[in-house]
Design a protein around this ligand. Structure first.
Ligand code: NAP
Ligand code: GDD
Length: 325
């Protein structure tokens, strides 16, 4: 039986990845940071099938202990401060979690067992003010947020430890991926939740920032498959994971409202306070390498994703908020 350790198991991707690895027969351990409230909403359905180790990306000794205790074959580093606007509010802490946290974890891998295979959650946010369209593995980075800068450091330290110490370490440069488990502050879920509330008469308006921003959106359930595939290769590497299609926030809203028979123009208001100090205007990924080497292709379309999210929020709210996503 293979064994995997996941940082960020309580997050969107961590919960989907744990589902996938359990399905594949893995023993799964999640690293969870201490909190005074329960953070396990997304993994409540699998808590009896995973082991939990207390640990924090700020504390290297806790990472060493988690690895020593769980003896994983594979580590997936999904833990990070992942909300871009928060990274301007807390740039130093973002650097500690999202950048230096990766060095701490890589050090822990080296000390405990350098044969462990390692996945780093890199991000299309590193491309920022894009230098070419579409973006691929060789496209230069120009991050536009403290989060993007931290992810660029994390990416290069992973590549560096692979080259310096021969670790089997891979980076997935994932474009935006969403689903019913997405945090409510991200634009996709903010829209789907608001559409459901407006449909049910629980909310009047939806305030958004930049409606012209373009993203390459996919479904999180598809994207965690690519993470796993990277660690099954004989040779580690870096891969863009994307849908290869692009839509605006306006289009996302239009399709989401239309799903419940409403016209987005009657409900969406723009709020300048939600604009960012520096914006990533447009992202579009080229995942040809992942297709060629990993055999990875996404299964859920953009429209399918928007419908899935709106339907899930409607179902949850009709259930009094209790339905599992
Ligand atoms: P998410 O839902 O925000 O989850 C982040 C996870 O990181 C949570 O489990 C959180 O734990 C954990 N975490 C935060 N700080 C930590 C610390 N100091 N020590 C240990 N764990 C910590 O993010 P996601 O959407 O699943 O994304 C997963 C990873 O992929 C992140 O690294 C993100 O930056 C990256 N990424 C995401 C996307 C995307 O579109 N979703 C695209 C590219 C890359 P708590 O529950 O305790 O807060
Ligand atoms: N959050 C949010 N809220 N974004 C809005 C809003 C709003 O009210 N209105 C417009 N937007 C625009 C943002 O300005 C941005 O251009 C776009 O919608 C997407 O914003 P988010 O959903 O917050 O995601 P993100 O692209 O900034 O970052 C996500 O994707 C990255 C990969 O490219 C996160 O998941 C990151 O962790 C991830 O690395």
């Amino acid at each position: 039986m293979k064994s995997a350790l996941i940082t960020g198991i309580t997050g969107q991707d961590g919960s989907h990845l744990a589902d996938l690895l359990l399905e594949k027969g893995y023993r799964v351990t999640g690293v969870v940071r201490r909190s005074s409230v329960d953070q396990s909403e997304r993994i409540a359905h699998l808590l009896d099938r995973v082991e939990i180790q207390q640990g924090d990306l700020l504390d290297e000794s806790s990472l060493v202990k988690a690895i020593e205790r769980s003896q994983p074959d594979e580590i997936y580093n999904l833990g990070a401060m992942s909300f871009v606007p928060a990274s301007w509010e807390q740039p130093v802490l973002t650097g500690e979690f999202t950048a230096l946290g990766v060095t701490r974890l890589l050090n822990a891998v080296r000390f405990v067992n350098p044969r462990i295979r390692f996945y780093q959650a890199s991000s299309s946010e590193m491309f920022g003010r894009v230098r070419e369209v579409p973006q691929r593995e060789a496209t230069p980075f120009h991050p536009r947020s403290p989060y993007g800068v931290a992810k660029a450091y994390a990416h290069w330290i992973t590549v560096n430890y692979r080259e310096s110490y021969g670790l089997h370490a891979s980076c997935g440069i994932l474009f935006n991926h969403e689903g019913p488990r997405r945090g409510r502050e991200f634009v996709s879920r903010k829209i789907s939740d608001a559409v459901a509330r407006i449909r049910l008469g629980m909310q009047q308006k939806l305030r958004l920032g930049n409606l012209d921003a373009r993203r390459d959106w996919g479904f999180a359930g598809d994207y965690v498959r690519a993470m796993w595939l990277m660690l099954q290769q004989d040779t580690p590497g870096d891969y863009v994971v994307a849908s290869g299609t692009q839509h605006t926030v306006r289009e996302f809203s239009e399709i989401a409202f239309a799903r419940v028979g409403l016209d987005w123009k009657d409900y969406v208001e723009t709020d300048p306070a939600l604009l960012r100090p520096a914006e990533v205007d447009s992202l579009l990924g080229d995942a040809s390498l992942a297709k060629e080497r990993l055999g990875w292709v996404p299964e859920v379309s953009f429209e399918g994703l928007v419908h899935m999210m709106v339907d899930a929020d409607l179902g949850r709210l009709k259930d009094g908020g209790n339905r599992r996503q």
